[in-house]
Design a protein around this ligand. Structure first.
Ligand code: TYD
Length: 221
């Protein structure tokens, strides 16, 4: 029996997921709740090793890369997420199975149904009670990521909205990732709460809290 609550945060890189997770964790912890936050891929020693391999571009096959994400996910779910939920803790996840559908699905080389099946195997069918999707126009997300990087010596282009060739390729890919996230949210409107990530941090946090309070009301009522 799992008594805790599982909340995942999804969205493109650079939309502010980790800031919102920190704020939610602080808010819930200050109410005396046990809250743990974990990131994917990672969170466990196997997961962090896989994260390094993935980030280093070790996997050339998109299937192998997907399996690496799923392996990290299976370890995280069995070692940390399920035990935490069983003791009544709230678990906040920076990305979960929806990221595989969006990111690996957007590559266009893997069947969405295969990704779905592997997600179910890795999670044992565990789904978040709530998934907060921080939605941002892919171009804006790219400019935020660029702004977060240190400008290159002698002329960073953090201010320019002109895209170099890698960024142009990335924008096509991230537009597809964004589209898939939106489709997933439309297909499961009860689980997904879509928030406009261009709002300020506090406004987004207030909206997250409103939704979480509804969940708490449902849990006790
Ligand atoms: P990370 O640096 O954690 O990105 P962020 O913190 O900005 O979300 O790197 C995680 C990257 O891995 C991110 O680009 C999304 C990608 N990813 C997948 O492609 N598939 C997955 O299943 C997961 C969990 C992440």
């Amino acid at each position: 029996m799992l008594n805790g609550q599982l909340i995942s945060f999804e969205g493109l890189d650079g939309v502010g997921k980790s800031t919102q997770i920190d704020l939610l964790q602080q808010a819930l912890t200050s109410r005396g709740m046990e809250v743990i936050s974990l990131r994917e891929p990672g969170g466990t020693s196997a997961g962090e090793s896989l994260r390094s391999l993935i980030k280093a571009g070790t996997f050339h096959s998109s299937l192998a890369e997907l399996l690496a994400f799923e392996t990290a996910r299976a370890e995280l779910v069995s070692e940390l997420v399920r035990p935490a939920l069983a003791r009544g803790a709230w678990v906040l996840l920076d990305r979960f199975a929806d990221s595989s559908l969006a990111y690996q699905g957007a590559l266009g080389q893997l069947d969405m149904e295969l990704i779905r099946q592997l997600n179910t195997i890795a999670t044992g069918g565990l789904k978040p009670e709530l998934t907060v999707l921080l939605a941002l126009d892919p171009m804006q997300a790219l400019l935020r990521r660029r702004g977060a990087k240190k400008p290159a010596a002698g002329g960073g282009n953090a201010e320019s909205t002109e895209l170099d060739s890698i960024e142009q390729r990335d924008t096509v890919y991230f537009s597809r990732v964004h589209e898939i996230f939106s489709e997933l949210a439309r297909a499961e409107p009860q689980r997904f709460h879509v928030l406009d990530a261009s709002q300020d941090v506090e406004a987004i946090h207030r909206q997250v809290m409103e939704r979480v309070q509804e969940m708490q009301g449902g849990q006790h009522g």
